[in-house]
Design a protein around this ligand. Structure first.
Ligand SMILES: *Cc1c(COP(=O)(O)O)cnc(C)c1O
Length: 388
């Protein structure tokens, strides 16, 4: 299809019912009916593409998936109950005992736990490289390596990995290259263009963008998605029609929301750069970011997450959080409401200091998910919270 990005997000729509509704209705149904025995047979034999049962497909989930497939430039996709069920199901569908994964160490906490605690139960091991060790990736690849996995930008330190370079390495070694594109959204970055075979999103974040529902989606190559679909259809991690209906609506405003998020985030990053209580600021579109050039090459804008280091370590980080008046203290991100977190005393508090440093979490690191409030109010809140 030649339609532009925004148009795909708005105009990909399930066929209207007999009521000619403008907005897509919510199809709250567990199953679908057949006219006769022959139609039922042909549908189960997949000779006919149609909905059978909402664990397999549903008009609302199909509409949501079709949009993401188009926006990512992918071939096919499947929607999951959460981002983690998308990630786990993707790995479980494609791997077998004895396979090996190469992944960046800076991945979402539960993804890290999947690699270290759960995949080893099935004799699947993962080798890690750090964000600044991309030159070591090829040395980690062994005979049974099947998947190369990354997130970019990373959480919470907003490091950037070179999609083009990693795409080439994956192709050379015939690995399945999987990218968690959650922080960028398909609007800012389309990993398929750089050689990704599969792209995963937690739709819970910027795709919903309003902190309402959980969701996940995997899109990519047709033959890989077929494996994932068959596995999911039998094991049951499907997205609910209600969440798909919400998320499909959310996509209609993704571009305007993300543009504004990024504009606000850049202003917050620039404000922090000039603040005397701040040791350093990390934002992909600041010239001081260690991977600024790569970010500029592969992203349209810098995203909505700003990380910065407060002078004074853990105590200063806690004080900053306590001083915050308007922004929310919450574990979510990508909401209309700005959210601040202090990873070393909260989400990553149980890790040892050396484990935290491995993923760039210094004691005074604060992560801000910059929202859509008026920028003056966001900066005023951060500014007064730093003043101690
Ligand atoms: C939140 C998040 C996930 C997990 O998504 P859920 O919808 O919470 O299951 C995975 N990857 C990244 C980068 C995330 O931020």
């Amino acid at each position: 299809m030649s339609k532009h990005f925004e148009t795909q997000a708005i105009r990909n729509q399930t066929e209207r019912s007999q009521f000619s509704e403008h907005s897509t209705p919510l199809y709250v149904t567990s199953s679908f009916v057949f006219d006769d025995a022959e139609e039922m047979r042909a549908s189960f034999a997949e000779e006919k593409e149609r909905n059978l049962y909402s664990r397999f497909t549903n008009p609302n989930t199909t509409e949501f998936v079709d949009k993401i497939v188009a926006m990512e430039g992918a071939e096919a996709g499947y929607a999951f109950a959460t981002g983690m069920s998308a990630i786990f199901t993707t790995f479980a569908a494609l791997l077998k005992a004895g396979d090996h994964v190469v992944s960046c160490r800076s991945v979402f906490g539960s993804t890290h736990n999947m690699f270290t605690k759960y995949l080893p139960k099935w004799n699947i091991e993962t080798s890690y490289f750090k964000v600044n060790e991309v030159h070591l990736v090829e040395s980690l690849i062994i005979e049974n390596t099947k998947i190369l996995y990354i997130e970019t930008p990373t959480n919470p330190a907003v490091d950037i990995l070179d999609l083009k370079l990693l795409g080439k390495i994956a192709k050379k070694h015939q690995l399945i290259f999987i990218v968690d594109n959650c922080f960028a959204t398909p609007y800012l970055q389309q990993p398929v263009k750089f050689g990704a075979d599969l792209v995963i999103h937690s739709a819970t974040k910027l795709i919903d963008g309003q902190g309402r529902v959980l969701g996940g989606v995997t899109v990519g190559k047709k033959e890989l998605m077929r494996e994932i679909y068959l596995f999911a259809r039998n094991t049951g991690p499907a997205m609910s029609p209600f969440n798909a209906w919400i998320l499909s609506k959310s996509l209609e405003t993704l571009v305007v929301r993300v543009k504004k998020h990024c504009k606000n985030a850049l202003k917050v990053a620039k404000f922090l750069e000039g603040n005397t209580h701040v040791k350093f600021v990390k934002y992909p579109f600041l010239k001081s970011h260690p991977q600024y050039k790569i970010a500029k090459k592969q992203m349209k804008l810098g995203g909505n997450i700003v990380a910065f280091e407060i002078k004074g370590g853990i105590e200063a980080g806690r004080k900053f959080l306590n001083n915050i008046k308007m922004c929310s203290l919450s574990a979510n991100l990508g909401d209309t409401r700005s959210i601040v977190t202090h990873p070393s005393s909260t989400t990553h508090g149980r890790l040892s200091e050396s484990d935290r440093l491995e993923v760039g979490i210094t004691d005074g690191l604060v992560r801000i998910s910059v929202g859509l409030e008026n920028i003056e109010d966001i900066i005023e809140d951060i500014s007064q919270a730093l003043d101690f």
